[in-house]
Design a protein around this ligand. Structure first.
Ligand code: ADP
Ligand code: MG
Length: 464
């Protein structure tokens, strides 16, 4: 077979293996709803999804008042913020982003003590500067902690780490109470502050979303990783002990859907190899198909195969063999290239992969690979959202249903990757059908995870 044809074959096979026709997506949505159900029945009821009880049994009302701190840890940066809530809205908000040194996230020197010590130091510095400028209005300092990894929650302000995901692998923290670890690191540094709430980014986005719009029923994160939370009827949570039933009869559930796995997911040889060589083989199957940490890496693996079949097409490989050199923002930039000669694609290939002088057909092929991988991701994410809506009975377009169902979405992938976002939104409509889709709103809710932590801390404040 001529080399060019061999390269085209790789793409054609990829397209077929990644196909997500509506019927397939409906199966994914049904499987998602089924796993949710199983995970609510008994602890460990779903081997895939944890369906964690968040202990957030009431969402902010809008009437919260006072100054609160929040800490948001979950990606490559963490953020510290202070917000002043003034009864009818957010009166003031100051935030700072701090990059985490890679050596603290994984590898030999990554210990729980070092990681939480680093975080507490950055927080102490922020508090020092904030209050010098007359930040706090009396009372004990309280903090909402957004920690976006699977945690076995034991109360609103305690929980033990089940496992790391994304780029984190700090072994000695597993099984540890992350609030106690943070609290200890803070007092060691003389920082007097109480952690009033432990949540994750999905619960934070849900809290912040419903602060502004009372029809928010679920929140989804599409950033470095992916996850979702939603408001469940507490009586539907069979694993909840009757003594734990909240007066509100509602409970926010953190699905941990990133670990969803099912035979109906369209997996390819590239996904399998990526998984095997990842920090967490065998885990987070759904996340590895759809989130920002992985899309670039999937594309890289496909391009590497194309280049091995047809070296002249992608300039003898360049840096293509290096894991994670191609990032999802690069994929997004190439996918959106509308220049007549695909010059952005050419530039990206040269700058990020060291592949020079690519032909128009090579560039077109690269765009096609980006399209296949991003389309599969966006459509699978849409199926997940529909799975949640199914679980809470919001997919019928019946005349009786007047109430909107709003899904708040946060994360850099959804926010900045236009084609991904539009593809996901149209797949949600396609799956729901026009009548039901009319009452479902998927909306960007930027930056809710930090604000949400402050809001949940306010709602669970110990202050008199
Ligand atoms: P995190 O998920 O780490 O809390 P964000 O929500 O900001 O942080 O998401 C960051 C992720 O979003 C990045 O890891 C990247 O995968 C993705 N991302 C950021 N910018 C873009 C972009 N322009 N196009 C596609 N993906 C992007
Ligand atoms: Mg985030």
């Amino acid at each position: 077979m001529p080399k060019m044809a061999a390269a085209q074959r790789v793409v054609a096979e990829l397209r077929e293996a990644c196909a997500t026709p509506a019927a397939r997506l409906a199966e994914v949505a049904a499987a998602m709803a089924g796993e949710m159900e199983a995970g609510l029945a008994v602890e460990g009821g779903s081997s895939e999804m944890k369906m964690i009880v968040s202990y957030v049994d009431s969402l902010p009302t809008g009437g919260e008042e006072g100054s609160f701190y929040a800490l948001d840890l979950g990606g490559t940066n963490f953020r510290v913020l202070r917000v002043r809530l003034a009864g009818g809205g957010v009166a003031e908000r100051v935030a700072r982003e701090v990059p985490i040194p890679p050596g603290l996230m994984s590898g030999g020197g990554a210990t729980s003590e070092c990681l939480f010590g680093f975080i507490a130091s950055a927080l102490a510095e922020f508090v020092g500067e904030e209050e010098e400028e007359g930040g706090l209005d009396g009372g004990e300092r309280e903090l909402g902690f957004t920690f976006s990894f699977p945690v076995h929650q034991t109360s609103i302000a305690s929980g033990t780490l089940i496992r790391w995901t994304k780029a984190f692998a700090v072994d000695d923290a597993i099984g540890e109470d992350v609030v106690a670890a943070l609290q200890a690191a803070m007092s060691e540094r003389g920082l007097d502050m109480r952690v009033s709430a432990l949540i994750n980014d999905t619960v934070g986005t849900l809290a912040a979303g419903s602060y502004y719009d009372e029809d928010v029923v679920a929140a989804v994160i599409l950033g470095t990783g992916t996850n979702a939370a939603y408001v469940e009827d507490a009586t539907a949570i069979a694993k909840l002990h009757p003594s734990q039933l909240p007066a509100s009869n509602t409970m926010v559930i953190n699905t941990e859907w990133g670990s969803f796995a099912s035979p109906c997911l369209p997996l390819t040889e590239f996904d399998e190899a990526l998984d095997q060589e990842s920090l967490n083989p065998g885990e987070q199957t759904y996340e590895k198909l759809i989130s920002g940490m992985y899309l670039g890496e999937i594309v890289r693996r496909v391009l590497l195969k194309i280049s091995s079949r047809c070296p002249s097409l992608l300039g003898g490989a360049g840096e293509l063999a290096t894991p994670f050199v191609l990032r999802t923002p690069d994929v997004s930039a190439m996918h959106h290239d509308e220049t007549p000669d695909l010059s952005i694609v050419g530039e990206k290939l040269e700058r990020t992969l060291g592949i020079r002088g690519t032909s128009p057909e090579a560039r077109r092929m690269v765009v096609e690979v980006c399209d296949i991988v991003a389309t599969r991701a966006a459509r699978l994410a849409a199926a997940g959202i529909v799975g949640i809506l199914k679980k809470i009975g919001r997919v019928d377009g019946g005349e009786g249903r007047r109430r909107r169902s709003v899904v708040a979405v946060d994360g850099g992938l959804f926010e900045h990757y236009g084609k991904f976002r539009r593809c996901m939104e149209s797949a949600v409509r396609e799956l729901l059908g026009e009548a039901a889709a009319e009452r479902v709103v998927v909306k960007l809710a930027s930056d809710g995870s930090g604000l949400g932590a402050a809001l949940v801390a306010a709602a669970h404040s110990q202050r008199a």
